[in-house]
Design a protein around this ligand. Structure first.
Ligand SMILES: C=CC(=O)SCCNC(=O)CCNC(=O)[C@H](O)C(C)(C)COP(=O)(O)OP(=O)(O)OC[C@H]1O[C@@H](n2cnc3c(N)ncnc32)[C@H](O)[C@@H]1OP(=O)(O)O
Ligand SMILES: NC(=O)C1=CN([C@@H]2O[C@H](COP(=O)(O)OP(=O)(O)OC[C@H]3O[C@@H](n4cnc5c(N)ncnc54)[C@H](O)[C@@H]3O)[C@@H](O)[C@H]2O)C=CC1
Length: 328
């Protein structure tokens, strides 16, 4: 017999709108998979906000339990990969997209999706970092891989999950990160997590109608897409590189080829969802060590399933700052 549990379930209202409700569910309703996990913490990522608001590019079928991140204890494992009680995390793959996700007290997933809780992190800390932090780590690794060392790195969406952890990692790695933000009032927060300088979004994109802009940055990390990414690529110095991971502004890229063919700029695509296991393990190992954000507690808010609606609304309207963990 299945175990009853609570989950935040998003449903279609019948008029094209979507809303979430805390619902009683059973582990019998979960899909097949080798590992049943009692979730203790999840986190809120931009993609969860899209899933929770009916974005069919993320979630095709509703009712649905979002939550692309989960940390918890193994309740049952049928293939010997884990023992009951092992502390584990799951991020990405199909979790929270079309597989019921971490906004429920139980998930059942393939064992290939599960990692042991990374050394140096509590379950709560692993979710403070979550997919956002994993992505920030992959973005920073991309720049290092291109040979960048030190120098000024522009980071867009800097007050958000990926952006804020990217600032912290870049500072730890000896770069001078510049936070690009539309929230000047959050400059003290941005500096506290690692920003060496702060620039307004308006100043960052000024002149973006031109084919190329004044070379300013050794590299960049972009979470916005659209004209923000185009401006970044047009203003990176000769031989620089940009890690691109997001579309919070737009999935479009209004750009010519000049940054690439006249300045030798490289564009690095970053995907945390299907990222191979060896790269994930390396990233998580750094995130539990040298790259563990010093101000992780300060940049994290905690809520429960009942607090999700408000947090999702804030994220979709660009009002979110830092990270939110959900205690289950
Ligand atoms: C943590 C990681 C991240 O944060 S990554 C960023 C967040 N992820 C996304 O925004 C997902 C982006 N993906 C998509 O929007 C789509 O998958 C696509 C545009 C890349 C491809 O779409 P396509 O229509 O070619 O294939 P799909 O199999 O994905 O679509 C099936 C079905 O859904 C409809 N649909 C797709 N995208 C959207 C959308 N953004 N909004 C509304 N509806 C969408 C699509 O029309 C299909 O509908 P159907 O009735 O089955 O024909
Ligand atoms: N490629 C991948 O594997 C991943 C991609 N992402 C993407 O990265 C982006 C950021 O994700 P999170 O940090 O979780 O989100 P978040 O909501 O925590 O941060 C987004 C940041 O962008 C700002 N922002 C939002 N809309 C904006 C707009 N229209 N114009 C200017 N600024 C805007 C917000 O103020 C905030 O600072 C999203 O697009 C997400 O889909 C995130 C994780 C993994």
């Amino acid at each position: 017999m299945g175990i009853g549990f609570r989950a935040y379930v998003t449903s279609e209202n019948g008029d094209g709108t979507y809303s979430g409700r805390i619902t009683e569910r059973s582990t019998d309703d979960l899909p097949a998979g080798e590992v049943l996990i009692r979730v203790r913490y999840s986190s809120l990522n931009y993609k969860d906000a899209l899933s929770a608001s009916g974005n069919k590019g993320v979630t095709k079928k509703y009712p649905h339990t979002p939550g692309i991140d989960a940390a918890g204890e193994v309740a049952k494992c049928t293939d010997g990969s884990f023992r009951e009680g092992d502390m584990v995390i799951v991020t990405g793959y199909d979790l929270g997209m079309n597989t019921p996700g971490g906004f429920g007290e139980y998930i059942r997933v393939p064992s290939a999706w599960v990692l042991p809780l990374p050394a140096g992190l509590t379950m709560k800390e692993s979710m403070s970092i979550g997919t956002a932090g994993l992505t920030a780590a992959l973005c920073a690794d991309g720049l290092l891989h291109m040979g960048l060392r030190g120098g000024q790195i522009a980071v867009t969406g800097a007050t958000g999950g990926v952006g804020s952890i990217a600032l912290s990692i870049l500072a730890a790695e000896g770069f001078s990160p510049c936070a690009v933000t539309g929230k000047p009032e959050l400059e003290p927060f941005l500096r506290s997590i690692g920003a060496a300088s702060v620039i307004s979004s308006a100043d960052f994109t000024a002149g973006s109608e031109k084919p190329l802009m004044k070379p300013m940055w050794d590299g960049g990390i972009d979470v916005l897409g659209g004209n923000a990414l185009a401006s970044m690529l047009k203003s990176v110095k000769y031989g620089g590189a940009v890690s691109c991971c997001g579309l919070a502004l737009s999935p479009e890229l209004p750009l010519n080829v000049f940054p690439f063919i006249l300045r030798g700029v490289s564009l690095i695509g970053i995907d945390s969802v299907e990222c191979p296991k060896d790269r994930r393990i390396k990233a998580w190992s750094r995130l539990g060590g040298k790259w563990k954000p010093a101000g992780l507690n300060e940049l994290t808010a905690e809520t429960d399933l009942g607090g999700l609606d408000e947090k999702i609304k804030a994220m979709l309207t660009g009002r979110a700052a830092g990270r939110t963990v959900i205690k289950l």
